[in-house]
Write a protein that binds this ligand. Structure first.
Ligand code: AMP
Length: 503
């Protein structure tokens, strides 16, 4: 089967040819003819299967006839994350280069005014995250009653992220007579129920997950103590064959902490998580894609769909608490049949998460031993003892508000962990795991150590006001509301009292 057999226009075929694709992937083969017929589609497919082209290519042809109207997009693609939305828009540009379609990308963290200007001119394709789209709607800047084609992409991810009420609201603003394409990596009962709400007599298409990535990805599990994680990650990053990597943490603050630690130890790393400003996220991702940054420490915001070729390693600093996330994370390496490596640090307490992962991937992850474990363990002890020397925060002492941030935990990474002597490669314990390198990582849960010079007086009270440091990423995050006047303090507030008294 060729792309020409699918009924696509010469313009789209030329763009596909320019992209170097010769054969449609199974999801493209199955979905494109139905989309061109105008049918609703219920697709079970993950990123990595060529799913994006399975809806963008036929949409370009469908939208080729017709006119745009100001603020009334003709089609809408909903994506759960800004990165995925941006990636889909890149795909549209790539495949639509011989078709004169206008497109707008509405994602958070980017100026409203540029987005509004595009909407005002009228767009054929609107690619959006649900929250930002509703913001525009509420400002009266976009109307959805002209949408004839709707794509709900990564629906299971939308559900995980709590976006379904927003999606339902968005759909309620659209005409009932439309074509809807609904894609999800998994198709649970809940997902099907949800799809039933949005779709009319859909054609169901399904492709298997692209292998669970298992055949080309060497996987390994390294058991460490929590306090040994950071030195262990550093060890692994130094291993032979580690060219670049995604390093996944379960929590955003651990992304910050680990990034700080790696940077301090001279690794060329960047960070990506949902609390960073969008401009910073895009910039970091672009640098990682271009090779300017070698290691991307990230939350699961980067686990799905981020398409970076030639990533040699994925490291899980933490075992993911959702089994599917494991599959998505390790799917960032070994793409398109290339070899990849995925290593996971585990510690006591992870057993139930590992059991769920084994069930999902249908096998156990082989256990691996890290060489240099003695040094790593010693360093872990050192990190631990430094953490214990830290004065506890007020909240931690009196157990008051559980929600109040613990300054020591919010803060930057531990100062001055001893340099490791650990450059030895990893030793395998199972023959099938051709481990080339393994990483170690930061201590996830230990109170993180703003190491101040230790008080010599043991009875001295800890300083009362240790203000939590703000993450460097939060400074310009558009999604964080500014409390009070922010930086916009009117000049008259700044008049010195003395002057008025003197009058
Ligand atoms: P997706 O599942 O849409 O994220 O696509 C995964 C990767 O496959 C992207 O890098 C696409 O550019 C690439 N791709 C899409 N369609 C094809 C195809 N027919 N042949 C080869 N690669 C493709």
């Amino acid at each position: 089967m060729t792309f020409a057999d699918l009924g696509l226009s010469p313009e789209v075929l030329k763009a596909v040819d320019d992209s170097g694709y010769t054969t449609p992937t199974p999801i493209q083969e199955k979905a494109i003819p139905y989309v061109l017929m105008g049918r609703d589609v219920l697709g079970t497919a993950q990123t990595g299967t060529g799913k994006t082209a399975s809806f963008t290519l036929p949409m370009i042809d469908i939208l080729a006839s017709g006119h745009t109207k100001a603020r009334m997009p003709r089609s809408l693609i909903l994506e759960p994350t800004r990165e995925l939305a941006a990636q889909v828009s890149e795909n549209f540009e790539q495949y639509g280069k011989y078709s004169k379609l206008s497109m707008a990308l509405l994602i958070g963290g980017v100026s409203f005014s540029d987005q509004e200007a595009k909407l005002d001119r009228g767009v054929d394709v609107l690619i959006a995250t649900p929250g930002r789209l509703l913001d525009h709607f509420e400002r009266g800047k976009v109307l959805l009653n002209g949408v004839k084609t709707l794509v709900i992409d990564e629906a299971d991810r939308m559900m995980d992220m709590g976006f379904i009420p927003d999606v339902e609201r968005i759909v309620s603003l659209m005409p009932p007579l439309r074509q809807t394409l609904f894609f999800s990596a998994t198709m649970s009962k809940d997902m099907r129920k949800l799809a039933d709400k949005f779709l009319m007599n859909p054609k169901e298409v399904k492709v298997e997950a692209p292998s669970m990535a298992a055949s080309t990805v060497v996987q390994g599990l390294i058991h460490v103590m929590k306090r040994e994680k950071r030195p262990a990650i550093r060890q692994m990053l130094k291993g032979e064959g580690v060219k670049n990597s995604f390093i996944f943490c379960n929590r955003k603050k651990d992304v910050d902490i680990l990034l700080g630690s790696l940077t301090k130890h001279g690794f060329n790393a960047g960070g990506l998580h949902g609390d960073m400003s969008q401009s910073h996220r895009m910039e970091t991702l672009a640098k990682f894609k271009s090779g300017e940054i070698s290691h991307l420490v990230c939350s699961d915001v980067a686990a799905r769909g981020i398409d970076v070729s030639n990533v040699s390693h994925v490291f899980n600093f933490d075992v993911p608490t959702h089994a599917e996330d494991y599959v998505h994370r390790i799917g960032r390496t070994g793409r398109a049949g290339q070899e990849g490596n995925a290593f996971t640090l585990t510690n006591k307490g992870d057993e139930k998460y590992l059991a769920a992962i084994y069930k999902t991937i249908g096998k156990e992850i082989p256990k691996i031993e890290l060489e240099g474990m003695e040094d790593i363990a010693a360093e872990g002890v050192d990190i631990d003892s430094r953490a214990k020397r830290q004065p506890k925060s007020r909240n931690a002492r009196d157990g008051s508000s559980r929600r109040a941030p613990n300054p020591t935990r919010e803060a930057r990474p531990a100062r001055g962990p001893r340099p490791t002597r650990d450059t030895k490669p990893v030793r395998e314990t199972k023959p099938e795991t051709q481990v080339e390198a393994v990483a170690a990582a930061p201590v996830a849960v230990e109170p993180v150590v703003e190491v101040k010079p230790q008080a010599t007086d043991r009875n001295a009270k800890p300083k009362k006001t240790q203000r939590p440091r703000r993450s460097r990423y939060n400074r310009d995050d558009d999604d964080n509301p500014v409390l009070g006047l922010g930086e916009n303090v009117p000049a008259f507030f700044k008049i010195e009292m003395r002057k008025s008294v003197e009058k």
